[in-house]
Design a protein around this ligand. Structure first.
Ligand code: DHB
Length: 390
């Protein structure tokens, strides 16, 4: 197969890139190891920055973010038994949307298939060759076990945290800046009405909890747990007890719990984001801990930059933007890394925290919620920094 851009990974990054390239008249092939059903049903994050929603508007009717999703104008920061609302529009004139990632993926897949995109599922990529030439190639095996070679002008690795493209770009599977955290999130989905109108990020002596939502009848909630926690080890009553004791002052509306998962916390940025005519974006390039919901939004920001760079390269033969891509992407990546680390460290409780650490943390939270400057920083980062437009 011959195409202009070979995209490995049909997640938010890969699919959005294929859409933006197609809008500019650049043909691509998108491959993914998973099935369409797997991609459309895996539960991931739920918050879209305003800029992400605006980019998805370019899908036309296919984007349901504004119709099925919900605009949220604020969040509650809860600690010491009291809630403090951060009002986004009055602080920064922006909002976020609650719209689950797998719904974004359904929209993107529907739009790409309607646009005639060559989109292939069940493809295992074994390697990427000739990154240093103008004809890089993706070497793969299709769903029937037949060999597939995609020859392109450029290859993009949008293939997630276990990226096949990353070692091609960095020279090793783990070539990056890395940080681990001594905790994880226990996530649940429950069939219950919302417990609050907006998300609650709660710091308590028993640990962190996040009260999020999915719809009028389904809610998403998380509580801080041990990274090795066993999802089967808790009864439903124990899960509600864990959640409830971490949001003192709010009474949670309980219902049957129909999904449980443990989310590992990691911060990672690959040392290199491009080698010759291969680039990595999204989770292939970086991972953030989930607090603050930056993961998918950061993938979208990478793709916007890469799309502009590929248009310059492939339509005009101008290499300056692709040469600048990694530096430009890194400026936002490290701001998002800082924000995700900061929200995480400000809200979670570590086993080795001293009394001093605990009191300092409350001082940090107060210095945000009791200050317009503090609230404004949080609102600006949460709703998203401006995206590249040209
Ligand atoms: C959700 C996840 C997050 O990490 C976050 O900060 C907010 C919301 C969610 O899944 O709803």
């Amino acid at each position: 197969v011959r195409t202009r851009v070979a995209i490995v990974g049909a997640g938010p990054a890969g699919l959005l890139l294929s859409h933006l390239l197609a809008d500019a008249g650049i043909e691509s092939v998108v491959v993914d190891q998973r099935t369409r059903e797997q991609i459309e049903s895996t539960i991931r994050a739920g918050i879209l920055e305003q800029g992400t929603v605006e980019v998805l508007d370019s899908l036309g009717e296919h984007s349901r973010a504004r119709t099925v999703g919900h605009r949220h104008d604020g969040i509650e920061m809860r600690f010491a038994g009291e809630g403090h609302r951060i009002d986004f529009p009055s602080l920064v004139g922006r909002s976020v949307w609650l719209y689950p990632q797998h719904e974004v993926l359904k929209d993107l897949i529907a739009a790409r298939l309607a646009g005639g995109q060559d989109l292939r599922f069940g493809i295992t990529v074994n390697g990427i060759e000739d990154a240093g030439t103008e004809r890089p190639r993706v070497i793969a095996t299709d769903a029937d076990g037949q060999p597939l070679v995609i020859e392109a002008d450029f290859v993009v690795g949008a293939d997630g945290s276990r990226s096949v493209a990353r070692p091609v770009v960095t020279g090793s599977a783990f070539g990056g800046y890395f940080r681990e955290y001594p905790f994880a999130w226990f996530g649940i989905l429950t069939e219950a009405p919302p417990s609050a109108d907006e998300l609650i990020y709660s710091n308590s002596p028993d640990g962190f909890a996040l009260i999020s939502q999915r719809s009028a009848t389904v809610q998403r909630m998380y509580f801080q747990c041990d990274p090795d926690a066993d999802t089967a080890a808790y009864s439903e009553a124990q899960l509600w007890e864990e959640l409830q004791k971490r949001v003192p002052g709010t009474t949670l509306k309980e219902g049957p719990i129909f999904q449980r998962d443990v989310l590992r916390f990691r911060s990672f940025v690959a040392h290199e984001l491009r080698k010759g005519r291969v680039a990595i974006v999204g989770d292939a390039a970086h991972t953030v801990p989930p607090t603050g919901a930056k993961g998918m939004n950061l993938a979208v920001a990478d793709v916007i930059l890469l799309n502009l760079a590929l248009q310059a390269l492939l339509l005009e033969g101008d290499e300056r933007r692709i040469d600048d891509f990694a530096d430009a992407a890194r400026r936002r990546i490290w701001k998002a890394q800082h924000f995700s680390w900061w929200m995480t460290s400000m809200l979670h409780v570590t086993a080795d925290a001293t009394d001093f650490d605990r009191m300092r943390q409350l001082g940090e939270l107060r210095s945000i919620v009791e200050s317009e400057a503090g609230q404004t920083y949080l609102a600006e980062a949460y709703t998203g920094w401006p995206l590249a437009t040209a």
